[in-house]
Design a protein. Structure first.
Ligand code: 0WK
Ligand code: 0WK
Ligand code: BGC
Ligand code: BGC
Length: 907
């Protein structure tokens, strides 16, 4: 009967507390109600419209997958924000999982002095980086080596990328000044710089819930939820990307840190808030904030119990109404006390000790009552967490459209780890609220930093993949020498054989450069890669500088470029007619030179039997290849029957450019076009050409664009290059041109960006329609994007203009890709040019050669770095040649007119 008396007595005292704290005792209906309210808040937080006003921020973390076992590497890690600040070294071995010892950890906890907790931001991060330095020193970690660093930061942060985190607000007991709204990753970088003596690469910043999910996910593939019930509380889970409005993209998943601690900050939980909760909030460092957290987490549970005990004592319901200063003092009952009062074995003993430590002399009944208060307060905490988890699991059920959810929840935090009853209660209520779900709870044994290291391992792998992609466009010195040698061999081979050779070495029948004797009026027609130019040139004998020149540029529509040959030449004839009209010279039959920037085989300078061997660049007009393009123009002019022309010469645009530049600088013996297309011509020794003309030299149009058509460049072509070639209008042709000219560089960039995005390395993996559109990334954008004068924002607007939205990191990557591809193009042209000038030097048996190269083309003229890199590469690969590069002023048209003058002179 003593026992019965004891039981009834206990029950009655508990009932007294139950009545007093009835508002804290939540039944399943209320928990489901809270779960439903939380689900509504989650929706608000995920939607772009309502996110700003939402209390529960639902922060995207840029963690797109849970571990897949391939993560590996050695990392330093910082774990800041929980009750302990830790510095760690983590070694992750591939495919071994934590349980199989796949992860080794060394760690050290560093206290954070109060003055730092409430000091300035720089002081906090100086403390962090000095602790890091101390740890490295203690563990003999080489300070000279660059170390990947993983950063767990357990506060609400907006993250545009994995390695940026803008602090929204402090929670728990942190109230450091000057960091809210700042990128804490950058603050850490600055502090590490200030501390000095270490070199860190901060790969990722993660919230402790995310790191906990990743840590548990390394062993359990079903782990897609992470929850912290520690000094603070929060939960994250894998959400479908198409529900995360703040991040572009619909494919796949992304981990979202709910920051459920703020549930109720907008009054959503007011009907569940008790007077004790209001008092805890009012006395906290962040009143009105983190309402849910203040009902649940370790920072506040002890205080809640104290306030309840204090109130009941004041009401005479405890200790006969006796109250002590200790009991009135904030923080004298801690969450550790609450846990102790719930110890299975000696809960009442602990309760008595704690109350006596507050100078109280509790009766046995008082101890029963106070112990029960602790139970109710911590029970409510686990119930509220259960309601929160039920909301998250319900959302995942809906996302997967399944009721039978098998899922694991990774858990960490002192309350969950040290409070004896907490885990069991939590598991039980979650399973009771969602009986159809198979929910497994996994405790994150040794903290979240393993997870942070795993996230960093993924970031490192992604970064290295990006670096691999960029490196695949890097040419070594040896490779450039190889290209020079291959170009040289191809030049040689092209001169020899009449048969097919990749570098055609087409004779131009121009045997000398101008000597100033040219005079008279000539018409020049210039069909380039994108435009057609008509010009009238008037030369004055020996007075180069007095040359008069009038011209008009006509854009060539794509449908004309790729229509019938007849339409193309009718269009050219129409333009000429328009120009002569404009010049009032329709009735004058002027001698004309025709610059035709495509490979043509000709047997003489003037216009007998000229054959277009193949279209290049964007041209594909039918019935032209193998035909005499001068005849076709003549036919078109005849069809037009408005004016007549005496076309006396046809030259390639490189030859025209050489003439035009040689008119200024007689030392000009080579000409390069680096524009829509890519090509070079130069004055070759006639003895090296199967031609018996009575001249010493002849200008050879190399058509070097064809190098590689027989596979000689396969070892430097990347998969993206191959894709561009295979999807071009002339697959397998003009391989060298496709690596070096304006027609293709933009497209190579687009394909690289597309492949990086598909692999999740760019634009957050979001493959926009724009990115899938061939030709959308025009080469002119490369020149703009690579200009040093442009800030990232301006580059962003260029990308936006193309329908590409990117983060700062994305924009830097785009700039890097553009730079890598244009740099390679310029280097390849430099290697080719070195082959040409060195051949001329050897032709002439010279040790040193002084020579001028005339240049034209939008890529050379407009790209901010192309010309410099090309010149540097040429000089480096042909050190015995002093090469001057002379940009052509008036294009090759003037050159064509000069040749027309030559041709006229020879008639
Ligand atoms: C241990 C984790 C840490 C997290 C902490 C939370 O390693 O990242 O912040 O748990 O629990 P607390 O220390 O606040 O009780
Ligand atoms: C201007 C020359 C023209 C040549 C063009 C190449 O006058 O003959 O075809 O440069 O540059 P693009 O217009 O292809 O950039
Ligand atoms: C913070 C969360 C953190 C949680 C657990 C809360 O106060 O806002 O970011 O995950 O504590 O440490
Ligand atoms: C053509 C050459 C031309 C070069 C530059 C190439 O596509 O084959 O004939 O010189 O473009 O315009």
């Amino acid at each position: 009967c003593i026992l019965m008396y004891w039981i009834n007595n206990t029950r009655s005292h508990k009932n007294k507390v139950d009545r007093f704290l009835h508002k804290m005792r939540l039944n399943d209906e209320q928990l489901n109600d809270i779960s439903a309210r939380f689900q509504a808040e989650m929706k608000k937080g995920l939607s772009a419209e309502s996110n700003a006003a939402a209390a529960v921020k639902m922060l995207p973390t840029h963690v797109r997958s849970t571990p897949d076992g391939t993560e590996k590497g050695q990392f330093l890690a910082l774990d800041l924000g929980g009750s302990k600040f830790k510095v760690l070294q983590i070694k992750v071995r591939e495919d071994q999982g934590i349980r199989k010892g796949g992860v080794e950890i060394e760690e050290k906890t560093y206290p954070i002095p109060n003055e730092v907790l409430n000091g300035r931001g720089t002081e906090l991060f100086d403390h962090v980086s000095e602790s890091l330095k101390d740890f490295m020193h203690e563990k003999n970690i080489n300070p000279k080596k660059k170390h990947p660093l993983a950063f767990t930061f357990s506060f609400p942060c907006e993250q545009p990328t994995l390695d940026q985190g803008f602090l929204l607000e402090w929670t728990k007991d942190f109230s450091v000044r000057g960091l809210q709204g700042k990128d804490v990753v950058d603050s850490l970088r600055q502090a590490i710089k200030r501390t000095g003596g270490m070199d860190m690469e901060i790969l990722a910043m993660v919230n402790d819930t995310v790191a906990t999910m990743m840590t548990c996910g390394f062993d359990d593939k079903n782990c897609e939820v992470g929850v912290i019930i520690g000094s603070g509380t929060n939960a994250c889970y894998m959400e479908q990307l198409n529900h995360v409005d703040l991040v572009e993209g619909d494919e796949g998943q992304m981990c979202v840190s709910t920051e459920w601690g703020a549930l109720g900050d907008d009054g959503t939980l007011d009907d569940y808030i008790t007077e004790f909760d209001r008092e805890v909030d009012a006395c906290s460092i962040n009143p009105g904030k983190q309402i849910f957290e203040k009902m649940v987490s370790g920072m506040y549970l002890g205080e809640l119990v104290r306030l309840v005990v204090l109130k009941m004592a004041k009401l005479g319901l405890l200790f006969d109404g006796r109250v002590t200063n200790a009991l009135r003092t904030k923080g004298t009952i801690t969450t550790a006390h609450v846990a102790a009062m719930e110890e299975y074995k000696n809960c009442l003993g602990h309760t008595r000790e704690i109350l006596e430590s507050l100078n109280l002399s509790p009766s046995a009944d008082d101890c029963i009552a106070v112990q029960h208060i602790s139970t109710i307060v911590s029970f409510r905490s686990s119930n509220l967490v259960a309601a929160g988890l039920a909301a998250i699991l319900t959302r995942i059920q809906k996302n997967r459209n399944t009721r039978e959810l098998r899922i694991t929840i990774g858990v960490d935090g002192t309350v969950y780890k040290t409070h004896p009853q907490y885990p069991k209660r939590l598991h039980k209520v979650v399973r009771r609220l969602l009986p159809e779900c198979h929910v497994r709870f996994v405790l994150s044994e040794s903290g979240s930093s393993k997870g942070a290291a795993l996230v960093s391992a993924v970031a490192q792998r992604l970064a290295s993949r990006k670096r691999q992609t960029l490196n695949s466009f890097k040419l070594s010195w040896e490779q450039l020498q190889l290209v020079k040698a291959r170009m040289r061999a191809a030049l040689q081979a092209g001169l020899k054989t009449d048969g097919p050779s990749e570098v055609k070495m087409l004779p131009s029948f121009v045997y000398r450069t101008p000597d100033g004797s040219e005079h008279g009026k000539y018409l020049a027609l210039d069909l380039g890669g994108t435009n057609f130019r008509a010009m009238l040139v008037n030369f004055k004998k020996g007075l180069q500088q007095n040359t008069k020149l009038y011209h008009k540029i006509y854009k060539i529509p794509l449908e004309i470029m790729q229509g019938t040959g007849e339409e193309l030449f009718d269009y050219l004839a129409q333009c000429v007619g328009d120009f002569l009209d404009y010049m009032g010279m329709k009735n004058t039959r002027l001698p004309a030179g025709f610059t035709f920037s495509f490979p043509c085989e000709q047997t003489a300078l003037d216009t007998v039997s000229i054959q277009l061997t193949l279209w290049t660049k964007g041209f594909k007009a039918t019935n032209c290849e193998g035909h005499d393009v001068v005849d076709m123009l003549r036919e078109a002019i005849k069809r037009r029957d408005e004016f007549d022309l005496d076309i006396v010469a046809l030259v390639n645009d490189t030859v025209g450019t050489l003439m035009s530049c040689a008119y200024e600088d007689p030392q000009c013996q080579v000409a390069l076009i680096a524009g829509t297309g890519s090509n070079v011509c130069y004055m070759e020794e006639v003895k090296n050409i199967e031609n018996d003309a009575d001249f010493s030299k002849m200008c050879i149009n190399t058509e070097w664009g064809g190098l590689g058509d027989d596979g000689t460049l396969d070892d430097i072509m990347t998969s993206d290059d191959t894709e561009v070639d295979q999807n071009s209008i002339n697959p397998g042709k003009q391989r060298f041109e496709k690596l070096t000219s304006g027609m293709y560089l933009g497209e190579i960039v687009r394909r690289v960006l597309l492949n990086l995005t598909i692999r999740g390395l760019l634009f957050k993996g979001y493959v926009s329609e724009a990115l899938k559109t061939p030709g959308i990334f025009e080469t002119k954008y490369l020149s703009q994007i690579e200009s040093d004068r442009l800030a990232l924002l301006q580059v962003r607007s260029i990308l936006q203009h193309m329908g590409l939205e990117g983060t700062c990191v994305d924009i830097i990557t785009v700039k890097e890709v553009c730079g890598a591809i244009s740099r390679r193009a310029a280097q390849l042209c430099g290697a080719g040019m070195a082959a040409v000038v060195d051949k001329i030097r050897e032709n002439r048996g010279l040790d040193r050669l002084n020579i001028t190269v005339g240049v034209d083309g939008t890529l050379y003229k407009l790209h901010p770095h192309f010309s410099r890199i090309l010149q540097e590469t040429t000089r480096a690969l042909a050190p015995q040649c002093d090469v001057t590069f002379l940009p052509s002023e008036e294009g090759s048209g003037k050159g064509a007119a000069l040749i027309a003058a030559l041709a006229k002179h020879m008639q």
